[in-house]
Design a protein around this ligand. Structure first.
Ligand code: HEM
Length: 519
């Protein structure tokens, strides 16, 4: 026994000598390089050297939230398909993206399956059959016809609440005329309020009440989901009970809010007589939802899960789209003035502009939002796994199990599809249905965003009413102004970070505007 220990100790001592350690690391590195350059299925795909060797550079960029910018610059350098890491390629070609998205042949990346915060749901499932069933159950809630019933609630909690907050800010400002507001923060709380009110069945007013618990729960849940996706170990008891206890407590509080909302609604329904109208909101639509094929309905906990998923998928996305649109308009004063004129010529002061008003009378406003969504899409990456037998794109074979990561910003700025792709040029969406279809911001195909119509129903009227009622002005200390341009002569955009949605990196600094009642 002693002999064995001393033999092991001697071997370890020899192995641990610096020269041997360097030798082993050097051989390992040489093998990695040799494999990447001569054996890897990606050896002929363009891309940076280090991304061929290791996944660390990609992880580093992902953690810093700069992947979208990187994908745009890599498309310019390497073309529409390039290496992200040894098992993942980036796709910035809208046609390849369409192929990947149009059927269930290319499943969502297995990382989604690592997330076990909730029971299986429409967003996270990688099982096509569950996704199809859930979409058949949830689809009717999100049709334009059904959402129209909810529009009064959307206007109340959205536009009217925002007006109340900004009017109060103006009243309390130093001169009683002009308030300094952080529009990104206000849009974010307002969006949480809209989806919470529709999904939990009672008005939520965090924007004006200052009760921001739901926003905190949503953000904790997104962090937990992200950490579980990249590090499945994060779901173990040690993390749940000790290391990340407060994050997990927030998730539990969020789920219990949903459970209570469903219970309350069921109790309320049991008190209704047959001639009384049922509430018209997403919660009610989900409780009644039935898959027309299997006749299966959702259980109460499935209703809760899907409602929470809507909050996670639909709040930061809509609110930050609004924020980027305002930012882009303030950097392009010619377009800002043009839509202000369009809105004010079409509607008298005090008129509450609804979704149908916008669709009928504000084509340029809609074009500006499309262009902001194209230029700064808030969802940035859609990773898809290659099926059995792999697939070939642009002559490059991607084997089974490897991942194609569709970059929405990369596709939306592909120079072969979009003329002058980096410029904010809303005219490209005026009377141009083909361009609207090319834009990938809401995805396309079998897993296209089911909340697309709801998002438009929020974004269009909110912007129209803001521009109708208020004058907006960049403050004197703004860092990003129309005069600050890049080498191409285009205004420099505030920095963003991909954290779930692509959000402004410093909203309190860069999303500030002076608001006054319209002159
Ligand atoms: C401007 C706002 C929005 C944008 C840009 C957006 C974008 C997207 C994109 C690109 C996807 C596809 C992701 C993927 O396949 O990996 C998606 C999926 C989804 N979105 Fe949205 N979204 C927005 C608003 C909303 C809203 C308001 C809701 C609901 C209230 C919502 C609910 C969902 C759900 C549930 C999915 C998953 C669908 C599935 O996997 O079958 N989204 N969204």
């Amino acid at each position: 026994m002693t002999f064995i220990f001393s033999l092991l100790a001697d071997t370890l001592r020899v192995l641990c000598q610096p020269l041997h350690i360097f030798g082993a690391l050097g051989s390992f590195f040489a093998y990695k390089v040799f494999y990447a350059l001569y054996l890897s299925p990606f050896r002929n795909i363009p891309g940076p050297f280090w991304s061929r060797i290791s996944g660390l550079p990609a992880l580093y960029h992902e953690l810093r939230g700069v992947e979208p910018e990187l994908m745009i610059s890599r498309t310019e350098k390497y073309g529409s398909i390039f290496i992200i890491d040894p098992e993942r390629v980036g796709i910035c070609d809208p046609e390849i993206a369409q192929t990947l998205l149009l059927s269930h042949a290319y499943l969502k990346d297995k990382r989604y399956g690592n997330i076990v915060v909730f029971e299986p749901n429409v967003f996270l499932t990688i099982d096509p059959e569950l996704n199809k069933q859930r979409r058949r159950q949830l689809g009717p809630a999100m049709t334009l016809a059904n959402l129209r019933h909810m529009e009064p609630a959307i206007l109340d909690v959205g536009t009217k609440q925002l007006h109340k907050k900004w009017d109060r800010d103006i009243e309390q400002s130093e001169d009683g005329q002009k308030a300094r507001v952080c529009y990104q923060r206000d849009f974010m709380l307002m969006s949480f309020d809209i989806i919470s009110s529709l999904g939990f069945g009672q008005a939520h007013t965090s924007l004006t009440s200052g009760d921001t618990r739901i926003a905190k729960w949503v953000h904790s849940t997104l962090v937990v989901m992200y950490l579980q996706a990249v590090m499945p170990i994060f779901n173990f008891g040690l993390f749940r009970r000790f290391i990340a206890k407060s994050l997990y407590d927030n998730v539990d509080a969020f789920i219990s809010l949903g459970t209570q909302a469903v219970d309350n609604r069921r109790r309320y329904l049991s008190t209704l007589s047959t001639d009384e109208d049922k509430p018209k909101d997403i919660l009610q639509s989900y409780i009644e939802a039935e898959d027309p094929k299997s006749r299966i309905r959702m259980t109460p906990s499935q209703v809760v899960t899907e409602t929470i998923i809507n909050l996670l998928a639909g709040s930061d996305t809509s609110s930050n789209t609004l924020a980027w649109t305002i930012h882009l308009l303030l950097l392009h004063p010619q377009y800002y003035s043009r839509i202000v004129m369009e809105v004010r010529e079409a509607f008298a002061p005090g008129h509450l502009i609804n979704y149908s008003d916008c669709k009928a009378s504000l084509p340029f406003l809609e074009a500006c939002i499309y262009e902001a969504m194209r230029l700064v899409p808030v969802v940035t990456t859609m990773p898809r796994s290659m099926p059995r037998g792999g697939a070939t794109f642009n002559g490059h074979f991607i084997p089974e199990g490897y991942t194609c990561s569709i970059s929405i910003p990369g596709c939306n700025r592909n120079p072969e599809t979009w003329e002058n792709p980096h410029a904010f040029y809303p005219e490209r969406f005026l009377n141009n249905e083909a361009n609207k279809k090319q834009m990938l911001t809401f995805s396309v195909g079998v897993r296209v965003c089911p909340g697309k119509t709801l998002a438009w129903m929020e974004i269009l009227p909110i912007l129209a009413n803001v521009l109708s009622k208020y004058d907006l002005e960049l403050p004197g200390d703004a860092l990003f102004t129309p005069d600050r341009v890049d080498k191409k002569g285009l205004p420099v955009l505030m920095p963003g970070v991909a954290a779930g949605a692509r959000v402004p990196r410093f909203p309190e600094r860069d999303c500030v505007v002076l608001v006054s009642k319209r002159s």
